[in-house]
Design a binder for this molecule. Structure first.
Ligand SMILES: *[C@@H]1O[C@H](CO)[C@@H](O)[C@H](O)[C@H]1NC(C)=O
Ligand SMILES: *[C@@H]1O[C@H](CO)[C@@H](O)[C@H](O)[C@H]1NC(C)=O
Ligand SMILES: *[C@@H]1O[C@H](CO)[C@@H](O)[C@H](O)[C@H]1NC(C)=O
Ligand SMILES: *[C@@H]1O[C@H](CO)[C@@H](O)[C@H](O)[C@H]1NC(C)=O
Ligand SMILES: *[C@@H]1O[C@H](CO)[C@@H](O)[C@H](O)[C@H]1NC(C)=O
Ligand SMILES: *[C@@H]1O[C@H](CO)[C@@H](O)[C@H](O)[C@H]1NC(C)=O
Length: 493
């Protein structure tokens, strides 16, 4: 395929680059000021005083011979697998009834290890405890802590304390502990694969920040949000276990457990490593414009599905989640991973979010734009001022050259004979717009279904895009897409 060129674009797509609103202008001025300031700081900092002193020291400073400082896995241990991961699901008896379905959508009885930590012993109505749920533990009573009277938010301290409570359970053979909420959804196969990249013998703190600038600013840009879930390596958990109660004494005023954790870990010298597949979902409303354009990174978690619209139209929240999990059961490596292809004969662009949705644009739109989420959603908090999000977005625009035809995941079939996986996507609603005239009036209105073929035996390589071919026949209303590896240099399209 040949690279598309920007002149193919309808003008209003480019508009966002052209218009320089006052806000941006002010920002540019502020930034120039900042650059000057930094330059000055650099000048005044750089000369003699720093480095030259160290040469005149009466003694020689020696560093211990450094073991490799990189966090990546270079151990000879056996590969990390699911039995090396211990989940700390923080729950409460009050929320359990609503949250149980979320956990059971990803929990694998007798395979995944860990516990739901509850605030109190379950009463009779919760017993016998189902074997389809994680077994439970009851949190230690934090009212016994000396610092208790100074604690601003006891619920959150109980949550943080679960890390110590889990450590004290003393389960053997764990390399990682995962902190999460009872409404966190995990994609466990992807989690195993991603954790395998890291050296579990080192101190590690791996998580995700919020999608909203404000949420991060309110707490910390360096904080793993607990609903999204974060991982600590076992040796680090061991170190934390001896310090956790000291930390609570140091930070009893902090309002949120994840902030307490982050502060505590930072004091131990350990900073957050961000994994892009960990999603806090601090969003509201229709998040389909987000899930259709996730970054290229194995999907690890989703959160807050209780506060957003059901992720598929005309299903309730639990049904919608179970529906997504049908695709996840067959091939987690591709779930909600974006693949883009072009149909030059009709000037169409296709964007597939595997197992979730497919969008058709009646125009050739470059990848650089198609990777941006469409703002179908709202930020978590009302009345926040832009910039709202930690990523670039596109507006939802009723322009026939920019508005996609939207299809949602319908079914999945795995053919064991040729090891191919067929996912189908059906149109959610008519677009109700005329065809895009700038690109030749090729209407996609008649397409009612899209079938996407992928290979089951080859897992998608984490972070690497795939390419696809479109097979469109005007006489049928079904369009076929075949996902394949990209050819050399094809990715520029
Ligand atoms: C580390 O990576 C190597 C090579 O990818 C792999 O063979 C090994 O199993 C991994 N180790 C762990 C502990 O996951
Ligand atoms: C995970 O690896 C360990 C060896 O470290 C092995 O004993 C265990 O059986 C493996 N578990 C699974 C589920 O593969
Ligand atoms: C898990 O294992 C136990 C004991 O081996 C068994 O009784 C139980 O039925 C299993 N649970 C599930 C859901 O497979
Ligand atoms: C595709 O769009 C371009 C304008 O962007 C136009 O020149 C060309 O003729 C169109 N091709 C088809 C097949 O309609
Ligand atoms: C597309 O259709 C409109 C309205 O029918 C017409 O004005 C326009 O010239 C057409 N464009 C092309 C490229 O055929
Ligand atoms: C394709 O869709 C068009 C318009 O929606 C419809 O008129 C036509 O009958 C459909 N064709 C087939 C083969 O289903």
């Amino acid at each position: 395929m040949t690279p598309s060129n920007a002149t193919n674009l309808h003008p209003s797509i480019l508009q966002e680059f052209r218009v320089l609103p006052l806000g941006i202008l002010c920002k540019s001025i502020a930034i120039s000021g900042l650059v000057l300031l930094l330059f000055y700081a650099f000048l005044s900092n750089n000369p003699e005083n720093q480095s030259s002193d160290s040469f005149n020291l009466p003694f020689q400073l020696k560093w211990p011979t450094a073991s490799s400082s990189s966090n990546v896995n270079n151990t000879m241990d056996s590969p990390t697998n699911i039995s090396h991961i211990g989940f700390i699901v923080i729950g409460s008896l009050n929320s359990w009834k609503n949250r149980k379905s979320y956990i059971e959508s990803w929990w694998r009885p007798n395979v995944t290890r860990g516990y739901v930590f509850l605030d109190k012993e379950p009463t009779e109505e919760f017993l016998p405890w189902p074997s389809t749920s994680p077994p439970f533990q009851v949190n230690e009573d934090i009212t016994k802590l000396r610092v208790y009277p100074k604690i601003a938010n006891p619920l959150q301290v109980r949550m943080f304390h679960s890390l110590l409570d889990m450590y004290r359970v003393g389960d053997k053979g764990l390399r990682w502990l995962i902190m999460c909420d009872d409404d966190s959804i995990f994609f466990v196969d992807n989690l195993v694969e991603v954790l395998r990249k890291y050296d579990h013998n080192k101190y590690q703190y791996i998580g995700g920040i919020s999608e909203c600038v404000k949420s991060n600013a309110d707490f910390s840009f360096d904080m793993g949000f607990g609903g999204a879930g974060y991982a600590v390596s076992y040796p680090f958990a061991q170190a934390i276990s001896t310090k956790l109660e000291d930390c609570i004494e140091r930070y009893p005023h902090l309002w949120v457990s994840d902030h307490m954790a982050q502060s505590c870990f930072a004091d131990l010298g350990i900073a957050l490593t961000i994994e892009k597949g960990i999603h806090q979902i601090d969003l509201r409303g229709d998040i389909s414009g987000f899930l259709s354009y996730l970054p290229q990174s194995p999907l690890l978690t989703l959160h807050h599905l209780d506060i957003v619209d059901p992720i598929f139209p005309s299903m309730d929240r639990y049904e919608a989640l179970r529906h997504l999990m049908k695709a996840a059961k067959v091939d987690q490596s591709r779930v909600a991973q974006q693949t883009i292809c072009y149909q030059r004969e009709s000037n169409w662009s296709f964007s597939v979010s595997w197992g979730y949705s497919t969008h058709i644009y009646e125009n050739i739109i470059p990848r650089s734009i198609l990777r941006k989420p469409i703002e179908t959603f709202r930020p978590f908090s009302k009345n926040t001022r832009p910039p709202l999000y930690m990523f670039n977005t596109r507006w939802q625009i009723n322009n026939p050259c920019e508005a996609p035809h939207v299809f949602f995941f319908e079914s999945i079939e795995h053919n064991p004979e040729n090891d191919q996986v067929l996912t189908t996507y059906v149109r959610a609603a008519q677009r109700n717009l005329p065809p895009c005239s700038a690109s030749g009036n090729h209407s996609a209105d008649s397409i009612s279904k899209i079938r996407v073929l992928s290979q089951a035996t080859t897992r998608k390589t984490a972070g690497v895009i795939e390419c696809c071919d479109v097979d469109y026949k005007a006489e049928t209303n079904i369009t076929d897409i075949k996902i394949r590896s990209c050819l050399k240099d094809e990715v520029i399209a």
